[in-house]
Design a protein around this ligand. Structure first.
Ligand code: PEP
Length: 251
């Protein structure tokens, strides 16, 4: 059966000392969260080693926010999957809308990155989601279906054991506008159907699908109560340990 997960995407926030303090605060409160809810934090690359150290002995998982689409060599500024693994990282977020929007991340690139991440033993948190224009044009199902298929249909049912999908409507990220529980649920159910069509119902039922977009302590309960919402990818609210843990207590 699929696992509930609450993952914190710190984005480009916190200095290394601030990140260590935040990780320690999350680790200190992690015992309040039932063991069946997985906690993950995704600090910037520069923090990974130090945060891995700060999380030692706690159940909190460690994620990167991205990885290179090449294994090694002359790719200035890039960070490879082997480098991530060597920090103690177990996950990487891929395809966040900010990367798609500002850094030209394409589905093709995400296939390469996902292949490398899975081969290195990382779990992938793959983000999909429509922008405001696409939602207003009624294209949200088509956009999310295409993003999911374009990347994940290149993988096997076995690979899917290490893939988590995060539905993040772009118009709800960092805007304070949350998708209603119904809006989120209908897309999550659609993603699960798309997965079932390729990998079968069991794999679809076993895949964790997170919601992201202005999720906070005040709305997490309603979102997580939906049958196909298995937790959250949290941005702003993950920068406060108390709020992050409160969200994880919302199942
Ligand atoms: C995110 O960027 O992954 C996110 C969900 O951000 P926020 O919670 O701040 O909307």
């Amino acid at each position: 059966m699929r696992k509930n997960i609450v993952a914190g995407n710190w984005k480009m926030n916190t200095t290394v000392p601030e990140g260590i303090a935040l990780a320690k605060a999350v680790a200190a409160k992690a015992a309040e969260v039932p063991a069946e809810v997985g906690l993950v934090v995704a600090p910037p690359f520069t923090h990974l080693c130090a945060v891995a150290e700060a999380l030692k002995g706690s159940p909190v998982g460690l994620s990167a926010q991205n990885c290179a689409d090449k294994t090694k060599g002359a790719y200035t500024g890039e960070v490879s999957v082997d480098m991530l693994v060597s920090t103690g990282c177990q996950y990487t977020i891929l395809g966040h809308s900010e990367r798609r929007q500002y850094y030209g991340e394409t589905d093709e690139k995400l296939v390469e990155k996902t292949k490398l991440a899975l081969a290195a033993g990382l779990k992938v948190i793959l983000c999909v989601g429509e922008n405001l224009e696409e939602r207003e044009a009624g294209k949200h199902f088509d956009v999310v279906k295409a993003q999911t298929e374009n990347v994940l249909y290149n993988f096997t049912a076995e690979d899917m054991a290490n893939v988590i999908v995060a539905y993040e409507p772009v118009w709800a990220i960092g805007t304070g506008k949350t998708a209603t529980a119904e809006q989120a649920e209908e897309i999550h159910a659609c993603i699960r159907k798309v997965l079932a069509a390729k990998f079968g119902q069991t794999v679809a039922d076993d895949t964790t699908i997170l919601y992201g977009g202005s999720c906070k302590p005040s709305n997490a309960k309603e979102l997580f109560a939906q049958p196909d919402i298995d937790g959250g990818l949290i941005g702003g609210a993950a920068l406060k340990a108390d709020d992050f843990i409160q969200i994880a207590l919302s199942f």
